[in-house]
Design a protein around this ligand. Sequence first.
Ligand SMILES: Cc1ncc(COP(=O)(O)OP(=O)(O)O)c(N)n1
Ligand SMILES: Cc1nc(C(=O)O)sc1CCOP(=O)(O)O
Length: 401
Amino acid sequence: MVSTSGDVLADPSILSSFREELLMMADILTPNLKEASNLLGGMRLETVADMRHAAKLLHSLGPRSVLVKGGDLPESFDAVDVFFDGEEYHELRSPRVKTRNTHGTGCTLASCIAAELAKGSSMLSAVKVTPLWLCMCFYSYALAKRYVETALEYSKDIILGNGAQGPFDHFLRLKHNSGTGVTFSGNDLFLYAVTDSGMNEKWGRPMEVAVKEAIEGGATIIQLREKNAETRKFIETAKACLKICRPYKVPLLINDRIDVALASDADGVHLGQSDTPAQVARALLGPEKAIGVSCKTVEQAHQAWVDGADYIGCGGVYPTSTKANNTTVGLDGLKTVCLASKLPVVAIGGINASNAIPVLGIGAPNLKGVAVVSAVFDRSSVATETRNLHSMLTEAVSKAN
Ligand SMILES: Cc1ncc(COP(=O)(O)OP(=O)(O)O)c(N)n1
Ligand SMILES: Cc1nc(C(=O)O)sc1CCOP(=O)(O)O
């Protein structure tokens, strides 16, 4: 209706249609201060308390939840938004990004919320208007706000056009990969090789050799899983392996250790349920690094998505002797988690060339591949075993399509 800079984008005659027809159909209403004021007959909005009052009044007009955006609130150093779901208020604050490039932030935020809600649509329609639905709306908003903040920060110094405001850059994620040339996608999970130093020692192979052979055999992503390495040695190993992975554009993730991922500029981390929460990892690593989370249940898979993870690892599919006391979820457990997950999934646990095909055959489109340790690293030739597994998986997938 009205841009943050004050430009009127729709004729005031539209207000009555908004109030009488549109608002009661809306899942969420996301006015900026000027729009909220217009919808409420010119009410003055100068403080966060005013915004809370406005959110409540707007909610009474029909939308299921309201987000009053305070990006241009005069009395605040922070960007404060007020979210109201009819029962509870949430305030989200973030430092104001000093930039003229704010054109389109409101539309982007709303589109991002819509996209996040759409990604969860099956669960939304299943639970209808329950508290969980309201949570979904709030979390969609929180993810959208993080995206907008990151894009604003990324494009704050761009000089484009002569207007009072400039555009901000929506495509940062496509362009910005810290210059590494590696951007994670779900398809990277196809053949996930997870290292094990004990197995390397047994076969007399340095880690770098094992990683190189796995990549040459067709591994599409590597995870360094070093349970006993000293921190400095772990960082050095990670840096050495990154030199091998980068030319192939194969992402290299670090198991558990965010400090090692940061110090080595690895492409991300894989976290278990008792490790650093993914939400904290995301805040520490930023938006470009990949984050995977181990999940055995539907609830854990939902939380991983909410926390901003990029994929989940689900297992143990079969019993394994690589990880002590690991609970097996079986093919049925894997399928249940996959069908509930909005993130891509990689299956793990006891998978090898003799039993991988039924895993890919469970009938879950977001199951993107298998993660293996002993099937490739506890073998005399890592390259040969990886190549065999890769060609078997490729053949199985092409037959299924
Ligand atoms: C791809 C993938 N999936 C699951 C795991 C297991 O991680 P976690 O639960 O943290 O257990 P440990 O690996 O730390 O023993 C994984 N590493 N990779
Ligand atoms: C590291 C790990 N995580 C698992 C889980 O179920 O989350 S199973 C596992 C070990 C997988 O080793 P292998 O391929 O040799 O069975």
